[in-house]
Design a binder for this molecule. Structure first.
Ligand SMILES: C[S@@+](CC[C@H](N)C(=O)[O-])C[C@H]1O[C@@H](n2cnc3c(N)ncnc32)[C@H](O)[C@@H]1O
Length: 266
């Protein structure tokens, strides 16, 4: 294939994959927020019916046992795909089959597809309800926690390198015929006070809801469990790559919850 066609296709693929991530991410917010037609008053429904199915209002659940099994299977698939594909050993083997410059975009595309499958096939388990905010301030609090999560997550991705994490930078470098550079270990702003601000953002998004049903809790507990496991694997890889500096970072900076007097100045 002529070089110019390959480079252009690689770039377009990275744009496609980034677009898929954005769509699935926005859909996820509406899915978790139950922005689904029947949850809203009729006159609001047409305006706010953003998604056909949401975490609590979607398919028939069938029996509770089958709903729990299907949902656990979907969560396990998500966790497996993320954990396996993020490991350096897998990446080394994988990039013997797929071009190195497309590895991240492929990861992002497959991860988005798995999350889309999870939302499509999710079986709601609407009862019991663990908490439900009926007062306006309670609803506002739930949405604010979720909103803060989105802000922390996005900010943190830009602090490391948003476009590299999502594969677009690699596509752009390929288009311009430039070499790829491994991202550097950095600790600006949020990363001075917690080691995993992106994961903190996700946790706030998952737990910040005015209404927590059994199904929503299953999703949130599963995703939180996955994050705790992912943190351990990620840190093992970071210690291997960065060594003493990361060990010191880990001693000085809390993982998820900022603490007074604990910040990294190295
Ligand atoms: C999805 S990001 C999550 C980063 C971090 N765990 C967080 O929650 O903000 C995972 C990638 O970020 C990289 N990473 C983690 N901490 C980093 C740092 N301080 N600087 C640069 N890259 C980092 C990891 O090596 C991994 O490739």
């Amino acid at each position: 294939m002529p070089v110019v066609i390959y480079r252009t296709s690689a770039f377009l693929f990275s744009v496609l994959s980034y677009g898929a991530f954005l769509l699935v991410f926005l859909y996820l917010l509406a899915f978790l927020g139950n922005l689904q037609a029947t949850s809203l008053a009729d006159e609001m429904a047409m305006l706010a019916a953003l998604v056909p199915r949401s975490i609590d209002l979607g398919r028939d659940m069938g029996s509770p046992a089958s709903a729990i099994l299907v949902d656990l299977g979907l969560l396990a698939l998500f966790g497996l795909q993320h954990s396996v594909m993020a490991r350096p050993g897998f990446k080394r083997a994988w990039t013997r089959v797929v071009p190195k410059e497309l590895e991240r975009s492929l990861y992002v595309l497959i991860a988005s597809a798995v999350l889309a499958l999870l939302m499509w096939q999710w079986r709601p388990i609407p009862t019991p309800v663990l908490w439900h905010a009926s007062a306006d301030w309670g609803v506002a609090l739930g949405w604010s926690v979720m909103g803060a999560g989105v802000a922390v997550l996005l900010w943190a991705t830009f602090l490391i390198d948003h476009f590299e994490l999502l594969g677009l930078r690699q596509g752009w470098s390929t288009l311009r015929g430039r070499e790829l550079h491994a991202p550097a270990f950095v600790t600006p702003y949020l990363y001075k006070i917690v080691r995993h601000p992106q994961y903190l953002g996700w946790l706030l998004i998952f737990w910040g809801t005015p209404t927590m049903t059994a199904g929503h809790l299953l999703f949130t507990a599963g995703m939180s469990g996955y994050i705790l496991v992912a943190m351990r694997f990620e840190e093992r890889d970071l210690v291997e790559n960065i060594g003493e500096r990361y060990r010191r970072y880990r001693e000085e900076v809390p993982a998820l919850v900022p603490l007074p007097g604990r910040r990294f100045d190295g």
